[in-house]
Design a protein around this ligand. Structure first.
Ligand SMILES: Nc1ncnc2c1ncn2[C@@H]1O[C@H](COP(=O)(O)OP(=O)(O)OP(=O)(O)O)[C@@H](O)[C@H]1O
Length: 278
């Protein structure tokens, strides 16, 4: 019995992961639009009048010192945190502030947390199959043809994440970097429109970082990708457009060269202990 067969009765467990159709309307504007967003924690503004737009297919890097509000910003987009004020739209149709986390995930917003959470005892292939099995558009009507399509999709994703040769290996034996790619692959199985990726290269070797740069730049275009990252070398290697957050607001936006020569950015980074923007 295949893993998908054995999971047929368990799909409810994965409700929060299962995307429906993705009717995101980007004909007249960006895929993500945040306007005047503020989040207060006991009076402290972790996000303060934040304005941010992400275009369809764009790869955007978000940088900023510790406590700048990067995680809170992602929590708002995914529905984990509700802002005190402002608006957040996914395309021109979906007001994310009226939706809960599972509804937002089902629109096609995937989030990759810093620590990989793959199923270590399962093979690389079965991890991807499991991610697809969460898709309720497929599960109730699973047929031989659909199973073939799932296999094709798994092959495609294996190729994208560079793990084809390791498909039958248990995920537990993968390196840290390979686990990160597998988890990105698990998100890709559901064809997200927007991927939020938190510190993807923390703990990676130089070689893994290079491969991750190729992977993320290759994904852009097919979906929008927002990367929060502290490693400035990595950001420089992938970023076309960089947004610098500071004290919950956008401090600067532009190419890496533009933001790293911006005096206000230099000042913020010189006053911080987690790296330089140059
Ligand atoms: N639930 C919460 N209650 C109170 N304060 C919070 C809460 N969540 C975040 N904060 C505060 O909000 C500010 C922004 O935090 P956030 O984690 O979003 O920053 P960050 O840019 O992701 O930082 P880092 O780079 O260190 O991960 C910080 O000062 C943090 O202490």
């Amino acid at each position: 019995m295949s893993l998908i067969d054995s999971l047929k009765d368990r799909d409810r467990v994965f409700d929060f992961m299962a995307p429906q159709a993705s009717p995101v309307d980007v004909r007249h504007g960006p895929i993500l639009y945040m306007e005047d967003v503020t989040v207060s924690f006991d009076g402290f503004k972790a996000i303060n009048n934040l304005n941010l737009t992400i275009d369809d297919g764009e790869l955007r890097c978000i940088i900023g010192p510790n406590g700048a509000g990067k995680t809170t910003m992602m929590d708002i987009i995914t529905g984990k945190t509700q802002p005190t004020q402002g608006s957040v739209w996914f395309g021109s149709r979906h007001n994310l502030l009226t939706m809960n986390e599972p509804e937002i995930a089902s629109l096609g917003i995937g989030r990759k947390f810093q620590k990989p959470t793959v199923f270590e005892a399962l093979s690389v292939f079965h991890n991807l199959e499991l991610a697809m099995a969460a898709d309720k558009r497929i599960l109730p009507t699973l047929t031989a043809r659909m199973t073939g399509e799932i296999r094709d999709r798994i092959e495609e994703v294996l190729e994208t994440i560079g793990l084809t040769a390791l498909r039958h290996q248990p995920a537990g034996i993968l390196s840290h970097g390979q686990k990160q790619w597998l988890e990105i692959g698990m998100l890709l199985m559901q064809r997200p429109r927007l991927l939020l990726v938190d510190e993807p290269v923390a703990g990676m070797t130089e070689q893994e970082m290079e491969r991750t740069a190729e992977l993320l730049t290759g994904l852009a275009g097919q979906q929008s990708v927002v990367v929060v990252e502290h490693d400035m070398g990595f950001v420089r290697s992938i970023a076309r457009q960089v947004t610098v957050l500071h004290q919950g607001s956008v401090l600067a936006e532009g190419t890496m060269d533009e933001v790293s020569s911006d005096p206000s950015v230099v000042e913020v980074y010189l006053g911080a202990d987690d790296g330089e923007a140059a």
